[in-house]
Design a protein around this ligand. Structure first.
Ligand code: HEM
Length: 399
C-alpha cells in the first residue's frame, strides 16, 4: 500500500488530510480568528442546524476585504443563503435542474469520454486532467446550460483566476494586505456575469431546449427568478459544474494507481465502480471545506463557540475521522456504509451530486474498458492544486 500523502508530499498544504483528531475536533485559530472544525459528528451537527450555523458568512468578513456588493453580487448566491430564502431559490432551480435532466445525459457523457480518449490516443499520450478530467465536465455543463463549449478556454481562465490561488482569509490580517487578492477575483466574476447575462437575455427572447432557458422560465407559486439571480446561479453551475468534478476524476484515478489491488478488484467487479467513486470522494475530498457563521453561542465538540464567529468546516478531515471510519487512511471501495460529507449535508447538499456521480461512473467505466492498466508515469511529475481547500491534481500523466 502506498500512501498518497507521503508519496506526493502534500501533508503541509492539505494539512486536513491528516484527519480529525478525536481529542480536538474543534480548534480556534487565533492567527486568523477562525474556528476550524475537523470532526465528523461536529461537522454533521453544523450542517444539520442552519438556524445556529448560518451560511451567510460574508456578514463577518471585514469591510473593504470583499468588493462592494454591486460589483460582486453575493446576495443571490445560493450557497450564502439561509431559510426561508434559501428554500425558495432551491425549489426554483431544482425545478429546472432535475434528476431526469441529468440522467438523460448518460449516452452523451459516454460518447464524449470515448472521443476525448481517442484524441489522446492519436496524440500518443494521456495526461488525464488536460485530456479528460477537465474537458469532459466542462463540455457537459456548457452543453447542458446551452453556452458554446468552444468557449471553454474562457471558462478555464475564469476558473483558474478564482481557484488556482493560494488565498487564505483571515479576520485579523490587515484588510490592505488581503484586499488585492480578493479584488483579483472581481474581473473574472464581472466577465462571467456579462457573458452569461448576454446568453440569458437571448433565451428570454428566443427560448431553446437548454437549462439556461429552463432557469429563465422556471416558476414556483407564480414567481420567476429575477434576471440577476439567473446569472448568479448560472455562474455557480458553470464553475461548480466542472472544477470539482475535474478533481473527482483525477483523484479517483490517482487512488486506483496508489492502491493497485483495489484497481484489480474494481476491474473484476464493475458494479463496484459507484462505491469506488464514493470512496474517492471520502479519501481525497475535492472541496475540502465549507464555511458557516454562528448566529448564537453554541456548544460544539467540547468547546463553547461565541455568537458571530466564522467556522471552517473541514469536511475532508471529517471524512477521515476515526470515530466514524475504520482505517480512514485506507482507500477501500468496499466501505459500507460510507457516510462521507464530500457533497455536504442538509439543506445545502450539493445540487450537482447526481451529475458528478454520473460523470465519475461513466468516465471510469470507459477508462477501465480502454486501458488494461491505469498507472501514473513515474518519469513525469503529478501536480496538485495550490489551494488547501481544493484537493485534486491539475496534472496527472499516465503511462
Ligand atoms: C453545493 C461539493 C459537483 C452544484 C455543494 C456543497 C459541497 C459541494 C460540499 C455544499 C456547500 C455548503 O454546504 O456550503 C461538490 C463536489 C462536487 C460537486 C465535491 C464534485 C465532485 C457539483 C456539480 C454541480 C454542483 C457538478 C452543478 C452542475 C452545486 C450547487 C450547490 C452545491 C448549486 C449549492 C446548493 C445549495 O446551496 O443549496 N457542492 N459539488 N456541484 N453544488 Fe456541488
Amino acid at each position: 500500500m502506498t500512501d498518497i500523502i507521503e508519496r506526493y508530499d502534500i501533508s503541509e498544504r492539505h494539512f486536513w488530510l491528516r484527519g480529525a483528531r478525536p481529542d480536538r475536533p474543534v480548534e480556534y485559530d487565533a492567527d486568523t480568528a477562525i474556528w476550524n472544525v475537523y470532526g465528523h459528528p461536529e461537522a454533521q451537527e453544523i450542517l444539520g442546524d442552519p438556524a445556529t450555523y448560518s451560511s451567510d458568512t460574508m456578514r463577518l468578513i471585514p469591510k473593504g476585504l470583499i468588493p462592494e456588493s454591486d460589483e460582486f453580487p453575493t446576495e443571490g448566491l445560493i450557497t450564502q443563503m439561509d431559510p426561508p430564502e434559501h428554500g425558495k431559490l432551491r425549489k426554483l432551480v431544482s425545478s429546472a435542474f432535475t434528476r431526469k435532466v441529468v440522467a438523460d445525459l448518460e449516452p452523451r457523457i459516454a460518447s464524449l469520454t470515448g472521443e476525448l480518449l481517442d484524441a489522446a490516443r492519436e496524440r500518443g499520450r494521456l495526461e488525464l486532467v488536460t485530456d479528460l478530467a477537465y474537458p469532459l465536465p466542462v463540455i457537459v455543463i456548457a452543453e447542458l446550460l446551452g453556452v458554446p463549449s468552444g468557449d471553454r478556454a474562457l471558462f478555464k481562465r475564469w476558473a483558474d483566476a478564482l481557484f488556482q490561488r493560494d488565498t487564505k482569509i483571515s479576520l485579523t490580517k490587515p484588510v490592505e494586505e488581503q484586499s488585492a487578492d480578493m479584488r483579483a477575483t472581481l474581473t473574472p466574476w464581472k466577465e462571467m456575469s456579462e457573458y452569461l447575462a448576454g446568453h440569458a437575455e437571448e433565451r428570454g427572447r428566443r427560448p431553446r431546449a437548454d437549462l439556461l432557458t429552463k432557469l429563465v422560465e422556471a416558476e414556483v407559486d407564480g414567481e420567476r427568478l429575477p434576471g440577476d439571480q439567473v446569472v448568479t446561479f448560472a455562474i455557480i453551475l458553470l464553475l461548480a459544474g466542472h472544477v470539482t468534478t475535474t478533481m473527482l476524476l483525477g483523484n479517483t484515478v490517482l487512488c486506483l494507481d496508489a492502491f493497485p489491488e483495489r484497481q484489480e478488484e474494481v476491474r473484476a467487479r464493475r458494479a463496484s465502480i459507484p462505491a469506488a467513486i464514493e470512496e474517492s470522494l471520502r479519501f481525497l475530498t475535492p472541496f475540502a471545506a465549507v464555511a458557516r457563521s454562528t448566529t448564537r453561542e453554541a456548544e460544539l465538540g467540547g468547546v463553547t463557540v461565541p455568537a458571530d464567529q466564522l467556522l471552517m468546516v473541514w469536511v475532508g478531515s471529517a471524512n477521515r475521522d476515526p470515530r466514524q471510519f475504520r482505517d480512514p487512511g485506507v482507500f477501500d471501495p468496499g466501505r459500507d456504509p460510507n457516510p462521507h460529507l464530500a457533497f455536504g449535508r442538509g439543506i445545502h447538499f450539493c445540487l450537482g451530486a447526481p451529475l458528478a456521480r454520473l460523470e465519475g461512473r461513466v468516465a471510469l467505466e470507459v477508462l477501465l474498458d480502454r486501458h488494461p492498466v491505469l498507472r501514473t508515469d513515474p518519469g513525469d511529475p503529478v501536480e496538485f492544486m495550490p489551494t488547501p481547500t481544493m484537493t485534486g491534481v491539475r496534472r496527472l500523466p499516465l503511462v
